[in-house]
Design a protein around this ligand. Sequence first.
Ligand SMILES: [Ca+2]
Length: 320
Amino acid sequence: MYSDRSATMSEAERSGSAGMHRQPNAAPLRLQAAGRGAAGLLVWPLLLVLAACGDSQGSPASAASPADPAPAPAPPPEPPPPPGSDPPEVFGYRVVREFPHDPAAFTQGLFFHDGFLYESTGLRGESTLRRVELETGEVLEQRALLPQFFGEGAALAGDYIFQLTWEAEIGFVYTRQPFRLVREFRYSGEGWGLTFDGEHLVMSDGTDELRFLDPNTLRQVRTLRVTADGEALPQLNELEWIEGEIWANIWTQDRIARIRPDTGEVTAFVDLTGILPRTLALQYPEMDVLNGIAWDPENGRIFVTGKKWPKLFEIELVEP
Ligand SMILES: [Ca+2]
């Protein structure tokens, strides 16, 4: 239903500010030293190496005297499970605090930086990039996309905000504050979610594959197939890098997948069923699916919201 793929003229071209970044051989942006979440702070998941059981050396059986009846042979040790074969754990949640959220914001990208939320909203004619005050939901700065663009994922890398569009195969790069468009980039296929792992932009496109892009060249450096319990997990949507994991909304589901960035294995789900009170659905009939994860690394806060949801929630996980 959103089949307008003819929108090839960029926002910058139309706004007349394209000259500075339309040169085909323009040098790539050099990002300043990455802030929080930089590679030096990367916390890769620990691999737990389980000591093998059933080693008979030194066991009490070997100390038996020759007069004792021969001990029954020890059963062979269980072979270790192959990597990725464990079913993902399912975490619950607890709402720590609720914040107001613009019920007109069709949330497609969400991150938290230095005390403020940053949000990319979708729908043609309604798409924006905005800086939002957490406590009040007030929009402090907003930049509208041209009506042919459907805003999607957004992420901060260094001092630049990267924003995807759904089908136009164009991404935008802005200075963080104020929002000044400094560059465009192209990619093939659809743009859905975006986050930054401290080294690369991580992008989803609606499939089970994540793409890793160099934030300086915007070139793809690798891809990652995401699986849950050995099965491909498609419809990966809004993303967030949280302490060495990629968290992903699953489109149309109230679940977030927690993904190992090295193997693509989903180690756990967060089940957010019921987080939005049903009574609000009557009051806000345009509410759409859960979409939007933001992480405040300084205070260890997780925020979630959805498309045209009137609320944004700070949550804590509840152990399975
Ligand atoms: Ca996010």
